[in-house]
Design a protein around this ligand. Structure first.
Ligand code: F6P
Length: 522
């Protein structure tokens, strides 16, 4: 069954939220904390190793109740059930949306067109496990009989950003294989990567759901030609594998069917890193770690399906996002992980969220008259504090922040970690509390800067009252990363549910492709 079409702005809760917004838009979070001594506890949630503190948001209990009512009126429950049970909720493409099945290790039955998809999922994972084990152990050899030392993932968009992000995020758990990524059609990208590679010991993983993507096919062909400068066509089977739904195209590229890892049309590209698209992840960290990554995501799926909305982490995050986007008029959200390992999380989330929810017609095909997908950006702390945080602290825009931190460092250096985490907490506090004119005055006086007070005071005031969420995990592990990514996937889904749009197609990327092809023909 397709998703229902419910205009959020026509609901009772939307009218109430509009009225409520006018009442509390200038409320100071500091006063809200004074009114409720348990606010931090009341506005915190926990799931396994993850603690979400969302108390530093411009919301009251009434706001949260009304947002929950909005989710109910938009029939989120019906949407979640259809999403997780394999209904064709990607209605424009007539497809189910079942990335959650990819991490479901149970004997359940999840059907698409009357057939249970889980046996095929498990079979492909088994094939990934066997293959990863063989490559890592050295049993699998390149065309001249040497062990593999390097893996190159050739793909773009969802066939690059997810694996690339996770390989880097979990590099602490990696083995001896060096992993590289080629995505851009810019020839400098492919030549920069291959110039340092040895054909004999490199495994090329060509990842393309459709196997028609211009960038990936051009890069794969360039790499194949470079490989054939020293090797024979029959050697391709030793150094090339593919991940795709398009067996015919893979075959005509010259890759043997045994070397193909299947995926399915019910997995969207930007949600595909849990499938064989994640082969480079499994090669880099080993299948056991990859399984833990899947298990973490699966655990979060259960939380998402079962927890009541007010205790449901992805739902709460999505509703807060709707609150800022549609009532405060915030255009963007910034994501700041306090670990260098997660540097590629923001670009991954950009595709996840912006390709999903960058839509301007509703489920009936009518133009919407309210804001939908927001702009996602970010980078790692503390680097961002010396870059864009000035604008978040003192600029004219209201930009909600997700701070992501880890209690324990991986390399164990507490000197670095204590400083890192002091900054993590300080940024949220500074955004929340700001610095009043009186405080600036007193501070300058104490520092003996009286002569400059009248000249500098306005520039040193921080308005404060700027919202942020703190997402604090115990440690960056494969399981916790699975939880984090699944959380953002479901947040994206809930936002699309409220905005009454289709989150799983991406027609907006097509026109540019068509025009580029026309220009090439000229
Ligand atoms: O950019 C459009 C898009 O279709 C993405 O949704 C997808 O992740 C990417 O291209 C790559 O597609 P494919 O895996 O089919 O090469």
């Amino acid at each position: 069954m397709p998703l229902k079409s419910i205009n959020p702005t026509q609901t009772e809760s939307w009218s109430k939220l509009t009225q409520h917004f006018n009442e509390i838009k200038d409320a100071q979070m500091k006063s809200l904390f004074l009114k409720d001594s348990n606010r931090k506890k009341n506005l915190s949630l926990e799931f396994e190793d993850l603690k979400l503190d969302y108390s530093k948001n411009r919301v009251t209990r009434e706001t949260l109740d009304l947002l929950v009512q909005l989710a109910e009126e938009c029939d989120l429950k019906d949407g979640i059930e259809k999403y997780l049970s394999g209904d064709k909720i990607n209605a424009t493409e007539k497809r189910a949306v079942l990335h959650t099945a990819l991490r479901n290790n149970s004997d359940d039955s999840i059907e698409v067109d009357g057939a249970n998809v889980l046996p095929e999922v498990h079979e492909t994972l088994k094939k990934m496990e066997t293959f990863s084990d063989k490559v890592i152990s050295g049993e699998f050899k390149g065309y001249t009989g040497k062990e593999i030392t390097d893996v190159v993932n050739i793909g773009i968009g969802g066939s690059d950003l997810g694996p690339n992000m996770v390989v880097e995020a979990l590099h602490y758990y990696s083995n001896h294989l060096k992993t590289h990524f080629i995505s851009n059609i810019d020839g400098d990208h492919v030549y920069e990567v291959i110039q340092n590679l040895n054909r004999e010991t490199t495994l090329f993983v060509i990842v393309s759901k459709t196997f028609t993507t211009q960038e990936t096919l051009t890069n794969a062909t360039t790499v194949k030609n470079w490989f054939l400068e020293d090797a024979e066509e029959s050697d391709i089977q030793h150094n090339f594998v593919a991940v795709s739904t398009n067996m015919d195209m893979v075959k005509s590229f010259g890759i043997a069917s045994d070397n193909v890892f299947t995926m399915w049309d019910w997995v969207g590209g930007r949600y595909s890193l849990w499938s064989a698209v994640g082969l480079s992840i499994s090669l880099s960290i080993g299948f056991k770690n990859f399984r833990q990554f899947l298990d973490g995501a699966n655990a979060l799926d259960t939380h998402f399906r079962q927890a009541s909305y007010d205790k449901n982490i992805p739902v709460v995050l999505a509703l807060l996002s709707v609150w800022y986007n549609n009532f405060f008029g915030s255009e963007s959200e910034v994501v700041i992980p306090y670990t260098q390992y997660l540097q590629k999380l923001p670009p991954f989330l950009q595709q996840l969220s912006m390709e999903s929810n960058g839509k301007s017609v509703d489920r009936d095909g009518n133009p919407v008259d309210y804001q939908t997908g927001n702009i996602i950006w970010g980078n790692t702390g503390t680097n961002v504090q010396h870059a864009f945080m000035q604008l978040v602290h003192q600029g004219t825009k209201l930009i909600p922040v997700d701070f992501i931190g880890f209690e324990e460092p991986l390399h164990g250096n507490m000197n670095h970690h204590e400083k890192l985490m002091a900054n993590f907490f300080a940024q949220a506090e500074a955004l929340y509390a700001g610095k009043t004119a009186d405080e600036v005055h007193l501070d300058m006086k104490t520092k003996g800067q009286e002569a400059d007070i009248s000249r500098l005071l306005p520039f040193k005031v921080f308005e404060g009252n700027k919202p942020s969420n703190a997402l604090l995990f115990n440690k960056l592990t494969p399981r916790n990363l699975g939880i984090l990514i699944a959380m953002y996937e479901h947040k994206t889904f809930v936002q699309g549910m409220i905005w009454n749009i289709y989150s799983f197609d991406q027609f907006g990327v097509e026109l540019g492709k068509e025009l580029a092809n026309k220009l090439l023909v000229k």
